[in-house]
Design a protein around this ligand. Structure first.
Ligand SMILES: [Zn+2]
Length: 123
């Protein structure tokens, strides 16, 4: 059943990479859910996360992700925070020069967090 969602009839179009499909199926099994149920729950949580972040950080908004760096618009400060990794591999905010500010907290909830790249650190 679930494969019908992921692999529609017609020309062979891979919607999900096979290794990702396998991983998702394994996670669904671990939670005792069908793949359909698991994916729907996952997507619901993505939507809920957006709503949660808008409530908790009403002044912050992701405006981009380029070359491994997140760009967070801070309406309260009227500035853009560039987020990447410091030399120790921690999520780091170039605007605040800290690993623990609202921008890094917000960034930790972004799906791109695993793809952050080192920042050029000024000493
Ligand atoms: Zn910051």
């Amino acid at each position: 059943m679930a494969e019908k969602i992921l692999k529609p009839k017609g020309p062979s179009i891979d919607i999900i990479k096979s290794e990702t499909y396998e991983w998702l199926g394994k996670k669904a099994d671990e939670q005792g859910k069908s793949l359909r149920r698991f994916l729907n729950d996952l997507l619901d949580m993505v939507v809920e996360r957006e709503e949660f972040l808008a409530q908790v950080f009403p002044d912050l908004k992701k405006i981009g992700f380029t070359d491994g760096h997140l760009y967070i618009k801070d309406d309260k400060r009227s500035e853009v925070a560039t987020i990447g990794l410091d030399e120790k591999g921690f999520v780091f905010c170039q605007l605040c020069k800290k690993i623990d500010c609202p921008h890094t907290l917000y960034s930790m909830a972004m799906i791109e967090v695993t793809r952050l790249a080192p920042l050029r650190m000024k000493k």
